[in-house]
Design a protein around this ligand. Structure first.
Ligand code: ADP
Ligand code: UDP
Length: 237
């Protein structure tokens, strides 16, 4: 399968059409952004790591019963995926308070929740990805009740499975964002990516940050952190 027309260039990936109208090729870039695009930079080698990590994790989730868009890894940066119509809702699952949750509610980073906490935000850069509750999602017509119930279930299943996978690698899964989409027949599948760009990952022993917060907060060692979590996952899986 080969890349045809560039359909979309996002902040971290390019999306291409293929000869098959049901399939797309996503190409991962080294570009990094934070704070709704205000901070820009490059993380050398990130594209290849995010591509490989997303595919390893999605293949594992698929085996565990979560439908995903993954078809086949084509090269170190490119992957063939099923084309979906993305549900424009960022689904965030949190196990430990951090980032915008800590800021918004004034709780210290590191507070562990009794149960995973689900949060939705509207995938809309112009509006700054505002928070959504279930009723907002229905009012805006972003998903049906049945779809949202399934998205919730999948998101919590993904959290349970990813937490276990990362624990076996000596890494704490603090929080993450996932996106879901609809295939032509309406089936909901997990789409987009699962990587240090979209997850908070802390070393289980030292609680050192091994994710995009190193870039967001100018902590240094960004490339090394991405390489380290990738290596740990490859060994641990
Ligand atoms: P952003 O749009 O936030 O800048 P990216 O640079 O990662 O993000 O661009 C990738 C885009 O492709 C995202 O908008 C994402 O929702 C979309 N996408 C991910 N998987 C699929 C898929 N299987 N089918 C269609 N679109 C997808
Ligand atoms: N996240 C993401 N894309 C976004 C917003 C958040 O991948 O547009 C991820 C982020 O990496 C973290 C989790 O979702 O793992 C929760 O992020 P948070 O709401 O704390 O926002 P942030 O601190 O990134 O502003």
């Amino acid at each position: 399968m080969e890349k045809q027309k560039l359909l979309y260039e996002g902040k971290a990936k390019k999306v291409y059409a293929t000869q098959d109208p049901k399939l797309l090729i996503v190409a991962y870039k080294d570009d990094a952004t934070a704070f709704n695009g205000q901070k820009k930079g490059t993380i050398q080698g990130k594209g290849a790591i995010n591509n490989r990590m997303t595919n390893l994790l999605m293949a594992r989730l698929e085996r565990e019963g979560i439908p995903t868009h993954l078809v086949e890894e084509l090269s170190d940066r490119e992957t063939l995926v099923k084309k979906v119509s993305i549900i424009p809702v960022e689904v965030i699952v949190r196990n430990i308070a951090a980032g915008s949750f800590s800021k918004r509610y004034g709780v210290e980073e590191g507070l562990e929740f009794d149960a995973p906490t689900l949060e939705f935000s509207y995938k809309n850069d112009a509006l700054g990805d505002p928070l959504l509750n279930d009723d907002h999602i229905f009012a805006l017509g972003l998903a049906s009740r049945e779809e949202l119930a399934l998205v919730r279930k999948y998101a919590l299943d993904v959290n349970r499975l990813l937490k276990e996978i990362w624990r076996a690698c000596g890494v704490i899964l603090v929080d993450f964002k996932v996106e879901f989409g609809r295939l032509e027949n309406g089936t909901i599948v997990l789409a987009d990516e699962i990587s240090p760009d979209t997850c908070r990952l802390w070393d289980a022993k030292t609680r050192e940050k091994l994710d995009k917060d190193r870039f967001r907060r100018d902590l240094g060692g960004v490339e090394a952190a991405y390489a380290q979590v990738m290596e740990r996952l490859a060994k641990g899986l």
